[in-house]
Design a protein around this ligand. Structure first.
Ligand code: TYD
Ligand code: MG
Length: 460
């Protein structure tokens, strides 16, 4: 019988210590150390997945090589039928990669993964669930429509049993829902604890690397937005995707947080419908679709989310405050930034906002932090205050500085092209952006401005 040994693990960052400590020396959090039993002299991940091979499959000692002599072969990628997922993965699934999909409960992670499992038609897919019963998964699959005959469901949480089944089935893709429900017999502590999560991920990582089978892992997110379990989990996997959005609204964003095989500025957009998630390939059209006529308090901002240009509607409502302190409330836009812009409007443009409530909303439930939205926010506020609509073919893309100056934004050409594609006729930008740009190339009238006042005068 192996000797039992306990260690204390920080539940926030995964640091370990031989004794309990109140404050984690590594991440600075208080009261995060929890005792976990580990079985020290038992070999860990190695025995779980074929003990005799080492990671990478080579037993020769490595030698340094001149970089120019190393042959580079483009990794062949597995394309899923889901264009949005392929995009965030950097052009499809890489064989042998371990991908973590994080998200709040109920956001649609299981739905997305089951949908992916259903669309990988030419492949044998194993969907391991520790969260739902076969019946529940079947019920969801029924809602999603056509079913893939090569998709196998396994409701099991013990990794040794899972690997036994994998050995028999030899799937081409493995999906695990979720890493926090798995437990390995090699570690004593309960499922979801730091040492379990680490051990199970290590076993899956070893399996993926040795067989070349990509593994998609679902992970839960804690209240403060980090993926539950140690930070180590994020370090171990090749790619971390985050699924986010407001549970009560239908749009969902799949964002790349880390990617060893591509860029992290990619973004996928979905809409949750009664029959599953629908890919949204042209998001601006949907975000703007509920616009009929020009109303006051509405301005269109040309923003970039990741690499994708998006035209979003910024809505503001400015009303005289009835009770004492005026309210400022913001949905989808940073409240501090809104306060700053209101102060700039007050000081630099002489608007009297001190006795007004200001409500701001980004239509479609998106949460955006692109500074290029500043000008659209200011325009929407002024439009609502004066009750004057902004011309409907107008959009804006510029940052507003503390002295009311209009500052340049990144990748203006992409924003201009998108606005042109959607039929906008005019765009306000910073004069600094206008330099060095061939404006005649775009079928859209560009209005360079240097001060906030100039824009506010020209808008109505
Ligand atoms: P789920 O995938 O279970 O979320 P997670 O795994 O991230 O916890 O699904 C979340 C929600 O999606 C659930 O409340 C119901 C809704 N939903 C739809 O609106 N349409 C559908 O077709 C499906 C399957 C789910
Ligand atoms: Mg789920």
């Amino acid at each position: 019988m192996a000797k039992l040994k306990t260690l204390y693990f920080c539940q926030n960052c995964g640091a370990q210590s031989a004794k309990w400590i109140g404050r984690c020396p590594s991440c600075g959090e208080w009261n995060t150390y929890v005792e976990e039993v580990i079985q020290k002299d038992e070999p860990t991940a190695a025995t779980a997945w074929k003990a005799n091979t080492s990671v990478g499959g080579t037993s020769k000692a490595a030698r340094p090589r001149v970089i120019s002599e190393i042959l580079f072969e483009e990794e062949p990628r597995m394309l899923t039928q889901d264009g949005e997922l392929d995009r965030v993965l950097g052009g499809g699934l890489v064989p042998g990669s371990l991908v973590l999909i994080g998200g709040e409960p109920g956001i649609g992670k299981s739905t997305l993964m089951l949908q992916i499992a259903m669309t990988l038609r030419q492949l044998k897919v194993l969907y391991v669930s520790g969260e739902e019963s076969e019946q529940q998964i079947k019920m969801r699959a029924e809602r999603l429509g056509e079913q893939h005959p090569g998709c196998y469901i396994l409701t099991e949480t013990n990794t040794q049993n899972i690997f036994k089944q994998i050995d028999q089935l030899q799937p081409n893709v493995v999906i695990v829902d979720s890493i926090q429900t798995l437990h390995s017999g090699l570690v004593e502590s309960g499922a979801g604890s730091v040492s379990q999560v680490r051990e199970c991920t290590q076993e899956l990582l070893k399996y993926a690397k040795e067989t070349g089978v990509p593994v998609l892992l679902i992970g839960h997110i804690t209240k403060d937005g980090s993926i539950a379990g140690p930070k180590i989990l994020e370090h171990m996997v090749d790619t971390v995707l985050q699924f986010e959005g407001d549970r009560h609204l239908s749009y969902r964003i799949l964002r790349t947080i880390k990617n060893r095989f591509g860029s992290t500025s990619e973004l996928g957009i979905y809409e949750m419908q009664g029959t599953g998630l629908r890919q949204v390939s042209n998001p601006s059209e949907i975000l703007l679709s509920q616009r009929t006529e020009s109303l006051s308090g509405m301005a269109i901002g040309a923003t970039l989310e990741g690499n994708r240009p998006l035209l979003v509607e910024v809505q503001a409502l400015v009303t005289p405050a009835t009770y004492g302190t005026p309210q400022r409330s913001s949905t989808g836009f940073d409240a501090k930034r809104l306060n700053m812009l209101l102060a700039v409007l007050e000081k630099r443009s002489g608007l009297r906002l001190g006795q007004h409530d200001v409500f701001l909303n980004i239509a479609g439930g998106l949460r955006l932090d692109d500074p290029a939205l500043d000008l659209a926010v200011c325009a929407a506020v002024v439009s609502s205050l004066n009750d004057l609509p902004i011309r409907s073919e107008m959009c804006l893309a510029a940052e507003v500085g503390l002295s009311g100056e209009i500052r340049a934004v990144s990748r203006l050409d992409q924003r201009l092209s998108e606005a042109e594609k959607l039929g906008f006729a005019e765009m306000y930008i910073s004069q600094f952006n206008a330099r060095g740009l061939d404006l005649s190339r775009y079928g859209i009238r560009v209005q360079p401005a240097s001060r906030l006042d100039e824009v506010l005068e020209g808008l109505f």
